[in-house]
Design a binder for this molecule. Structure first.
Ligand code: SAM
Length: 236
């Protein structure tokens, strides 16, 4: 199970408050506080920031351990957390905003699932509701053509190895956690989609209002991530 052990070290490894604030500003620039659903909320950094800004947040993640981390930050208990798959939202109502942030979208591995996912998201948006998501850029594939390796140790003494490499359309991330009495490994696979193909599928369900690279470069340009703001299409 991915994000089982990583959940405990996720913030120590990747938490970046400045970047989280940029995600929040990006959302705020397009959508005033309202009722929102965050898909794949992870450790809940952005979720909590949005809640503190006045957004009414429901947040879900597939990993129970990530949900536990996220819940522990929401001391005021204002956020509804759920442990569930973002591809199946039948049990949920409709929202004015839906977010899927920080590469979470790239965990959907099949093209058919992307189509179904966009359809599902659109079904859970109110009319004129907005969908925000980001995705790894095509440049990420080139960047990780040569393997990236990182090693280090956490405060509790657990040492780790983290490697990232790309092949074809996929980014592979391997984590090894060296605990006192065992080694735990997590193998993550993410898929990177061509933005031209994404536009085609998105357009079935949404009007694409804005695409930027790395937050503020307009359109698809060299960079790490593409950011999409989409509005639910009016049904004819
Ligand atoms: C890179 S983390 C990003 C977390 C968070 N959005 C953030 O901003 O830090 C990816 C998250 O996606 C979640 N995830 C992956 N596949 C999922 C799925 N099918 N449904 C719900 N969550 C999923 C993982 O459990 C993990 O917490």
């Amino acid at each position: 199970m991915i994000y089982n052990t990583l959940a405990h070290y996720y913030d120590a490894l990747v938490k970046d408050e400045e970047a989280s604030r940029e995600w929040v500003s990006w959302i705020e620039s397009e959508l005033a506080p309202c009722d929102c659903l965050e898909l794949a909320c992870g450790s809940g950094e952005i979720t909590e920031m949005l809640a503190l800004k006045g957004y009414t947040m429901t947040a879900l993640d597939l990993s129970e351990e990530m949900v536990k981390q996220a819940k522990s930050k929401n001391l005021e208990g204002s956020i509804e957390f759920l442990c569930q798959d973002m591809r199946h939202l039948n049990n949920l109502g409709s929202y004015s905003g839906i977010f899927c942030l920080c590469d979470s979208f790239n965990y959907i591995l099949e093209k058919e699932e992307i189509d179904a996912f966009f359809h599902e998201v659109s079904q859970h948006l109110k009319s004129n509701g907005l969908f925000f998501f980001d995705t790894h850029s095509l440049d990420r594939l080139e960047e990780f053509d040569s393997e990236y390796n990182e090693t280090g140790a956490f405060e509790d003494g657990c040492q780790y190895q983290w490697s990232i490499m790309a092949e074809d359309d996929y980014v592979y991330q391997d984590f090894a956690f060296y605990m006192k009495d065992k080694v735990i490994q997590e193998h993550h696979i993410q898929r990177v989609y061509d933005p031209k193909w994404l536009d085609e599928i998105l357009s079935k369900y949404f009007d694409i209002l804005k695409v930027t690279t790395d937050f503020d470069i307009e359109g698809i340009a060299p960079g790490e991530k593409y950011f999409y703001v989409c509005r639910k299409k009016v049904q004819e």
